[in-house]
Write a protein that binds this ligand. Sequence first.
Ligand code: HPA
Ligand code: ZN
Length: 326
Amino acid sequence: QRLPELLRAMPKAELHMHIEGSLEPELIFALARRNGLSVPYADVEALREAYAFTNLQSFLDIYYAGASVLLTEQDFYDMAWAYLQRAAADNVVHTEMFFDPQTHTARGVAMETVINGLHRACVDARARLGVSALLILCFLRHLSEREAFETLEQALPLRDKFIGVGLDSSELGHPPEKFAQVFARCRELGLRLVAHAGEEGPPAYVWSALDVLKVERIDHGVQSVKDPALMKRLAQDRIPLTVCPLSNLKLCVFEQLSQHNLGALLDAGLVATVNSDDPAYFGGYVNQNFTQTFAATGLGARQAWQLAANSFEGSFIDASAKRAYM
Ligand code: HPA
Ligand code: ZN
């Protein structure tokens, strides 16, 4: 009983959470009602029953459908506020939230509606919850690099409301180098850079995220264990991996949680962290990711402290604030 209590109580940072993936079925129905939209499921239970995934794509189809109930700035605020309250309850003191603007702008929602709603929740989180919250804009990798450039252009008037950019959506067939030019531009602009790589995709995608996109963190990265030279690179350069165990289980990256390689990543000296990815869809917020993974794999207090320290080391908070947490 002491280990789960430690896992829940320890202050932590969450570095890999898609805010659209925090939309609980109850909130999907409430927002649909508020906006006069219909949901193609009878009720909350029927929607939740549809959350049976076989791979990343089978999840993304239902995740993008769920996000289509978001229309107004208040909708984006309410979604982010619901997540931030849960994060605070899990003793998350700092969070870096991904958002997918193209999912919304493609439906005619303005970029400023999305960013202003999310940002207002971040401001309130600091004042009312004592949680620091930052935003990372993700480009959808199944769309073109030209569309990513258009998205960047639309977001630049709101440049002070997000700290960096990421790359998410369907990985296989969409390698990082497809976005070389837009990431180079973001780098010139002083944005922080991250990318999903090595979730379902091969170690080669992690290499090109590092060497072509020049990202500072790898989201997921669990396939890196297949390449010893890559493991050495990640350890030497202290490149954080934002690992999401319950996501990996639900998307069948690992058949069982007991087979998860989090322990192996830590043993190899990598800056691995534990995160929730899309908590409303994968069955748990960050503390559930910690407690279930530790119970299944037999990790202990030493790894708990290491993961908490890694979460702050890997974050984009400034160096002096980081040292205060570590
Ligand atoms: N992988 C890729 N894209 C995503 C994910 C993920 O785990 N979650 C939301 N968008
Ligand atoms: Zn993700």
